[in-house]
Each structure stands twice: as C-alpha cells, then as structure tokens.
Design a protein around this ligand. Structure first.
Ligand code: ATP
Ligand code: MG
Length: 561
C-alpha cells in the first residue's frame, strides 16, 4: 500500500445525507446522534470508527451525542464493561452529552409491548426455542405459524404479566411480534420480543424476569432519545424494516422517527473485530486479557503505545464506506509512526547486546555526551549520555567479515556511534566455544559528535546505536508480531487455529540511564528500533517496555524478504 496517504477531504456520504436532510428542511436543532455499545466486552478498533463517526458529526453539526448502553442481556453484560467503555471513549478525547441505558426504558418498553398485544400485534408463544427456530423457514421457503399465534388477548396479557413476575422457568414462553411468517425479510417472521431470563441485571438488579430482545429495544431506544440519525453497520440494514414496523405499529408519525443509515464495518487485516471472538481469546488463555497489547481493543492498543490521535487519524483516513472492505494493518502502523515521530523522546537501547572494549579509551574514565531528545521538537532539549571504554552494541550491527552490502561494524572498518565517536574494529575475543566475548575497537578521539570540528563531521558509511555497559540499566522488552498468521482470521472456520505462536517475543535489553526515569504510559523512540511505551515494572524492578511499532513498514519489509 502506498504510504503517501492523502487525507480525504470533503464530507463523507453520511455527512452528505445529513446536509441533504437539512437542505430539505430538517431542523438543525433536532439533530442528535448516539453511540450504542452493548456492555458485553471492551471496545475494539472497529468501534473507534463508529465512535469517531458519531462524535465527529456531533462536533461538525454542533449536535448532542448520547452514549447509550444497549444493556438488554444480563447474561453477558457487566458493570466492568460499562466502566471500561466509558474510560476508552474519554481516552479517545470524546465526551458524551447524555449517558443513557436501554434498561432505563424497560418500563416504557413493557407498556408498549402490552399495547401491541392489545392491538393484536404480539402474542405469547409457549413453544421452546428449538421448535420456534425450526418454524422460521428459509429465505426461499415461508415459515410456519405457531399454534399459539391466535391466542386471545386476555390470555396473552395475563401470561406476559406472569412472565414478568417470574412465574415461569426460562424458555417456557416468549413474547413474539405478530407480523408475517412468510415475509421475504426473515427478521419479520414473528420475531421474539421478550424472553425469560432469571438473572440479576447490572443496573435493574432483580426487578425483571423478562428482557427485551435487542431488535425490540434498539429502535425504540433511538426513538425515545429522539435520535435523528441512527448510524449503524451494514448488517443492520435488514433490521431497519423491523424497527420501522414497531414504530409504525405503535403509531408515531414516521417523519419524526430516527433515520437509520448504514455504513461498512471497519475490518482490519490480521485482526479479529468481534467482542465475542475476542472474549474467547481471553477465556482460553491465548492472551492475558482485554488489554493485552496484542489485542485490537482500545485498551490493548493503549497499552501497546498507540495514541488517541493515531487511532482517530487511522479511522478517518480509512474513511466511511458503503461497502465492506479490509483495511491494511500497515495503515494503522503508519498513522501511529507519524504521530509518535513528533512526540517521542529519542533514547538508545540495545536489545541483543554484544560487548565492545575500546582499547585506547582510558580505562577508569567516564564522560557525558549530549544527545537531542527529539530532532522534531528542539524545545524538548537534550539529554546526557554516559560513555566509557565498555559499551554494548546490537549483535546484528557487527560482522567479522563484511560483504559488499554490509556497512556497519566489521573488522578493519569504521562506524559512527550515535552522538559519540567513530570507532574501528580491530580484533575479536572469543570463548572456548567460539562465541564472541567482546570486540576490541579503537576510537578516534577527534571525531566526537557535536563539537563542530572537521573531524566531528567526518562521514563514515553508517551510524549505530549503543549504550555504555557500565551505566546502562537492564530492561524487559515485549515485541509483537500479528496475533494471527492469516490476513483474514475472521473468515476462517476456526480462527484459533491460525494464532501466531510468536505473537509475543520477550527480550532482555539495556537502556541508557535517561530511559529509566520513564514512567508507565510514557512513550519513546528507541533509535533505529521503533516506538515503545513504558509499562509497569516487574517484580525484578526492571522497567518493561512494549513495542508499539517499528520505524518502517514491517509488512513491506516482509513482502520484500
Ligand atoms: P461485536 O461483534 O464486536 O460485539 P457489535 O456490533 O455487536 O460488535 P456493539 O457494542 O453492538 O458491538 O456496537 C456498538 C456500535 O459499534 C454499533 O453501532 C456497531 O454498529 C458499531 N461497530 C461494531 N463493530 C464495528 C466495526 N468493526 N466497524 C464499525 N463499527 C462497528
Ligand atoms: Mg452487538
């Protein structure tokens, strides 16, 4: 994918729809949007798209945006998810106007359900769920009407009130809308409106023994909140007819009902975006939790070091589409790098160390060199970097014999140490197994960086990072690969089979002393390696860093290799 991403200018198709509605006379003061998560898990990158879409519209049209929890299923929903969702939205930098819950409307929904029964538009079905499912038919075959479909009204009302009071076991009865068992839209084949669940709800506690189905509660909740434009993903398109049927059956003027408009889900390569599947990864122990840095959840991405700015930039760049598509993960990484480059202090860390002894540098001597904290931001100032006769460099930055294309350190050749001197490798000392113990180098004392002298500007083919081994601190580094080995795990029969066994690679490394002062949540660039975020210290008291992303497009490199 091209990295010269041009930010799409101009309104997206949803904005155009709204502008059209305003032109046709829809009053601007009646605009109202909402983000309606079900609190059955933590939010993921797909939700970021829906959040940005709604909250950005609120901002653009100066209209309220509700946060509505669609909490209609106590078996899967938890208070900790409600709290996590709120935390994530605030972290993204958005503030909702009203905090709403579908459960706040349970009384109203119940009254409306009774009204539908009285209108002959709903009935209690006493068949079990399997039988009901078997009567649904198929898109090409009409369904079969329930034998309870024509139950009389009084009996329906009485049964429904007993269902509510807890007189029945789960599954004994359901309330269904009486629509049309041969509708070409399967969702209109007498959909279930209420089922009995004997479970305490995180907000209404034990008040209810019947809970509204999502499809019954959702459209009505939008209506109660006077949502003008109810935006949802494409899979809800066929549900629109059902939401409108309910509203029409209850009589309101359809002109003032929420307009549902659908947009394509955000799908990301190598990534699962379904709370249910993400939960399975946790339950089966493939990841450590919702906030595991390999998870595409907002909390996971946060722990991984992504910034709110980069996530928003990403979903805005990906755009609002009408058709399903898969966005490349490299776009997300690009957006992260672009922002992190501006804000991250630079430091040096060596993750696969090999020791160098500088033979002509006085043994007990130590000096402090100066390094820029961020070349993109001179106001960030400088840092002190200790230097001595013993340093670590990356093992990959040395080769005994350099080929034609290796310009880093090799025997007889020179390399510049970042912010320091030019060194030349003279000798190698190996252990009895032939493994290199250290490399003997000589430094050019006139070549010190930043002095302005001719020698300090002397060009050599390569500059490498390093740390003073006498002053460096040990760190633990978590590096990541994609959680899945296939670009489309969501499409696989069993996505678990495609987990990447190397999605987490733990390393011990060394960091220059400046890096130890970083607190959990602070981001840095390890020069030449990538962007990292400090995590909580381990019992060992070593600072832990999680790698956000490399400095270059890792997917492009992979393709080349
Ligand atoms: P999941 O399958 O992950 O549970 P969901 O759609 O059931 O997703 P909800 O909590 O109901 O999750 O979603 C809240 C809102 O976020 C909905 O309006 C939904 O359409 C939207 N949304 C969910 N996933 C995506 C996605 N991948 N891209 C864009 N919007 C999404
Ligand atoms: Mg859902």
């Amino acid at each position: 994918m091209s990295i010269n991403i041009v930010l799409k200018k101009g309104p997206n198709f949803i904005e155009k729809i709204i502008e059209g509605d305003l032109k046709r006379g829809f009053s601007k003061k009646n605009l109202c949007f909402r983000f309606p998560p079900e609190p059955n898990g933590f939010l993921h990158i797909g939700h970021v798209k829906a959040i940005c879409l709604n909250f950005d519209l609120g901002e653009a049209f100066n209209a309220p945006v509700n946060l509505r929890f669609d909490d209609t299923n106590p078996t899967a929903e938890k208070k900790k998810y409600v709290e996590g969702i709120k935390e994530d939205i605030l972290w993204l930098g958005y503030k909702w106007d009203n905090e709403c819950y579908a459960s706040d409307y349970f009384d109203q929904l119940y009254l409306w359900a009774e009204e539908l029964i009285r209108k002959g538009l709903a009935y209690v079905d006493s068949q079990d769920s399997k039988t009901i499912a078997s009567q649904k038919g198929t898109p090409t075959k009409t369904g079969t009407e329930s034998p309870y479909r024509d139950r009389d009204q009084e009996q329906n009302l009485s049964l429904f009130s007993k269902m509510k009071a807890g007189a029945f076991e789960e599954g004994e009865h359901v309330l269904r809308a009486k629509i049309n068992m041969s509708s070409p839209n399967m969702l209109l084949r007498d959909p279930v409106m209420y089922r009995i669940i004997h479970k305490s709800h995180q907000r209404t506690k034990k008040k209810w023994c019947v809970y509204p189905m999502y499809d019954w509660a959702h459209g009505q909740s939008d209506f109660v909140e006077k949502i003008s434009h109810s935006l949802c993903t494409l899979e809800f398109k066929p549900h629109r007819e059902l939401y409108e049927w309910f509203l029409y059956a209850l009589g309101p003027n359809l002109d003032n009902t929420p307009k549902q408009r659908e947009f394509a889900r955000l799908n990301l390569s190598y990534t699962i975006t379904s709370k249910r599947k993400l939960k399975r990864l946790i339950d089966e122990g493939h990841v450590t939790g919702w906030d595991d840095p390999r998870m595409p959840t907002i909390s996971g991405l946060r722990k991984r070091g992504y910034t709110p700015e980069s996530l928003k930039k990403f979903v805005r760049t990906a755009g609002v589409a009408k058709r399903e598509n898969i966005i490349e993960l490299s776009l997300l990484e690009f957006c992260a790098r672009e922002h992190l480059n501006k804000i991250s202090p630079r430091i040096m860390a060596v993750l696969n160390p090999i020791k160098i002894i500088i033979e002509n540098y006085p043994e007990g001597k130590e000096e402090e060199l100066i390094g820029e904290i961020n070349p993109e931001d001179p106001s960030a100032g400088t840092r002190k970097i200790p230097f001595s006769n013993e340093i670590f460099i990356e093992r990959e930055d040395f080769k005994e014999q350099a080929g034609n294309s290796f310009f880093r350190l090799s025997l007889g050749n020179e390399v510049r140490l970042k912010n320091a001197y030019i060194i030349k490798a003279n000798d190698i000392v190996k252990d009895e197994k032939g493994k290199i113990k250290y490399i003997v180098c000589a430094y050019d004392h006139l070549s010190k960086s930043g002095t302005g002298s001719e020698e300090s500007k002397r060009k050599v083919k390569s500059t490498i990072h390093w740390v003073c081994s006498k002053k460096a601190k040990e760190i633990i580094v978590n590096q990541y690969e994609t959680l899945f080995l296939v670009p489309d795990p969501d499409k696989q029969e069993d996505f678990i089979k495609h987990l990447n066994p190397n999605s987490l690679i733990k390393k011990n490394g060394f960091i220059e002393p400046y890096g130890v002062s970083l607190k959990p949540g602070e981001r840095v660039q390890f020069q030449r390696q990538g962007y990292f975020i400090a995590d909580k210290k381990k019992q060992t008291n070593k600072t832990v860093f999680n790698k956000t992303t490399g400095l270059r497009d890792s997917f492009k490199q992979k393709k080349k290799a």
